[in-house]
Design a protein around this ligand. Sequence first.
Ligand SMILES: C[S@@+](CC[C@H](N)C(=O)[O-])C[C@H]1O[C@@H](n2cnc3c(N)ncnc32)[C@H](O)[C@@H]1O
Length: 284
Amino acid sequence: MQPRSAPLSTLYDPQATISDSEFAAFQRLIQQLTGIHLSDAKKQLVFGRLRARVRQLGLDSFEQYFRLVSASTQADERQMVVDLLTTNETYFFREPRHFDLLRNEILPQRQRNRPLRVWSAASSSGEEAYSIAMVLADALGASRQAAWEVLGSDISRRVLDKARTGRYPLQRIDGIPSHLMTNWCAKGSAAQEGTLLVDAAIRERVRFQQINLNERLPDIGRFEVVFLRNMLIYFQPAAKNEIVRRVVDIMHPGAWLIVGHSESVKGSDERLQVHSPSVYRVAR
Ligand SMILES: C[S@@+](CC[C@H](N)C(=O)[O-])C[C@H]1O[C@@H](n2cnc3c(N)ncnc32)[C@H](O)[C@@H]1O
């Protein structure tokens, strides 16, 4: 069923909103594309995030935009909707206890007969993946002999493009401990004034790939540690459990799964054992 459009003027009226049926259409679309459940309380957020794009395309309504993105030829525009409607908030060393755990407990207990592979599974613009890599480089070194690697992945193409640059505004780097900043980051000068560049030795060890966790996973190997933080909150229980199952399927026995402090995957998969709040281990 096609959504009923709100009048043209709503696109330009600061008090405006999207019609209920237009919102419902985008709610269903984002659920199909990503698995994310947008509650009815997100109506104004959807309006705010899509409005500029609808105007930019010279369209008169969200209904027209919905028809456009629904066309089979419009995969890039559907990716645009995903980029606009996902929430990508992140920062370096967010929830620092997890990085202390990585350094003080996970690294000393690691299997030494294989490379340490860590996955930042909803990496957004890369701050989490680079924070992990700085801890690993500091503890294990970053020479070619140091056997570790980090994969960062996300469904949003826009944030991955940003992540691959390894360059961030200085206002966004508060969480980086000073010795890691000195060793693994460089402040930009001249045209790059006001930015920080993650060291090349780190960037070479961190690979970014577009992965939709709501679908069958591509062949990315097995992991010892997975950070899956601040993403599951956007999913309903059944979809969340499916994602956790897919992720656990590619973790080694004894591997560590770390979710956000406000999240829990208790009961999502019987192979997981609680280590401490927000930290789980795969049964051996
Ligand atoms: C709030 S950010 C969390 C970033 C980081 N993990 C942190 O804790 O700071 C959530 C990320 O999940 C991503 N995401 C949402 N649905 C996804 C899906 N189906 N597959 C992969 N990534 C997804 C979003 O694009 C967004 O970048």
